[in-house]
Design a binder for this molecule. Sequence first.
Ligand code: ZN
Length: 234
Amino acid sequence: MIPFAAAPLWLHVTGWERFPGLVHGFSRRLGDKEALLQPGWDGFVLRTVKQVHGDRVIPVSPTDGSTSRPEADGMMTTAQGILLGIATADCVPVLLVEPHRRVIAALHAGWRGTLKGICAQAIAQLTRVYNVTPHSLWVALGPAIGACCYEVGREVGEAFVRTWGGQSAQAWQPRGEKGFLDLRLINYLQCVEQGVPPPQIQSVGGCTFCDHTFASYRREGERAGRQLSIIGWR
Ligand SMILES: [Zn+2]
């Protein structure tokens, strides 16, 4: 056997270590127990939602009761000790942080949520609920199926161009009756359009279909498993 260095289980956003008290990460494919065994997570309550491919983003507070899992595709909070967790296998996990007002959010952006504009929706809500300004937000788009592999029907691609117009056309490459869609790019463009400065938006990790250390629903179907993306304040 040739020894090799295993790929690290958790990916982090370059530079976010400068936000005091912030805990965050995008995992590769998780085993059953691994989600519960991360060093530094003791004392945190992991909160998740029943993800339904919509654009609903809900505020989360310590008094909600950790067993409540409402239907939503995003969570936001300013509370300490809560880890917002999003499970994905090809869809785009999105983490947002506003370091001055100490606001965080985590989103699940598959094609339906992206088409509905979940990033734009979340930023509008963060502005309204916590009075943040988009130019002080930092955004990370996590591991997701890339334009290299994400083949969809023509009607899906054309719906994006019709709904999001302008620059979103560059995220759609038609080939006959189908085409290839760049979900991360569309989410990036939604954030820019809402006023997040481009240097404050990063992509982390590669294509979940190409890189087998990630779960990919498109590649593996029901047995794919999931990666977890988390963000919280210590
Ligand atoms: Zn790929």
